[in-house]
Design a protein around this ligand. Sequence first.
Ligand code: NAP
Length: 293
Amino acid sequence: MSNKAPVIAVGGATGRVGGRVARLLAEQGVRQRLLVRDASRAPALPGAEVAVVGGYEDDAGMRAALAGTSAFLLIPGHETSDRVSAHRAGVASAVAARTGRIVQLSFAGAAPDATFTYARDHWATEEAVRASGLPWTIARMNFYLDVLPEFVLPSGDLAGPAGDGRVAAVARDDVAAALAALLTGDDHAGATYELTGPEALTLGEACVTMARHSGRPVTYLRETVEEAYASRAAGAPTQIELDGWVSTYTAIAAGELARVTADVERLTGRAPQSLGAWLEAHPLALAHVDTLG
Ligand SMILES: NC(=O)c1ccc[n+]([C@@H]2O[C@H](COP(=O)([O-])OP(=O)(O)OC[C@H]3O[C@@H](n4cnc5c(N)ncnc54)[C@H](OP(=O)(O)O)[C@@H]3O)[C@@H](O)[C@H]2O)c1
């Protein structure tokens, strides 16, 4: 690998999507710099340097980490109240460091008035990216397929106020493959992609698929919005968390996650995984569900 080759900066490299992107880039022999908050948790990959930063909000650390990079993958951070300001700071550091371009992982239906409250954060981050003056590409993810089994309680109930709305959930692996393609490919400047699975399912249909693949009783329980807030109140979550959890479902009910696109296949050359295929590959995903219901 030439040490003159461009270096791609990968944010969120200790996380599940950023870590997968980093592995895919390493497999392709791409030079990269992993932006991490804890060096001991950085994945060990050939061709990867590690840059320790105090988060996207650490301007001096981010400028140093982004210096000389051809692209910066902005994986959104955890859902904290100061997340947008951290993302904005990261974008400002990228501008100051003259990184070549920004690839942002955003969320389907990102808008200032999106039903899913966290999608409003993603919109605010998009606005900063678009205003940065750097070439940018935005990839809006749907909900992860991977989390649908996690929504199922040990009782087998998947409870939420999603009505009969549909969700075009996408596997983390497919999101990562699309991001790796965006980081290594050309001609994506100014483009916004929407990363979805191959189908849009109601939660009732998703439960039927999960029950069939696991042999366990998985049932969709339609909650009202009031019931959803009440059933999630244990453990004293913050209002931000509660609103995020409940609006996960109301956004599905509102039809804001229903669009299926061909963007994953267009970018990766491979059809995205369906829920059934994902469950085949992850046979223990519903092992926490009581077989007696
Ligand atoms: N589509 C969906 O269904 C869905 C579901 C859940 C979350 N998300 C969003 O998608 C993102 C990526 O998903 P994932 O599964 O890869 O999440 P993940 O495994 O939790 O990884 C998040 C990554 O972001 C880093 N991070 C968090 N806050 C940061 C900050 N202020 N500055 C710099 N880095 C920061 C974390 O670093 P540390 O390891 O140091 O904490 C970690 O590397 C999540 O962070 C969240 O915003 C989407």
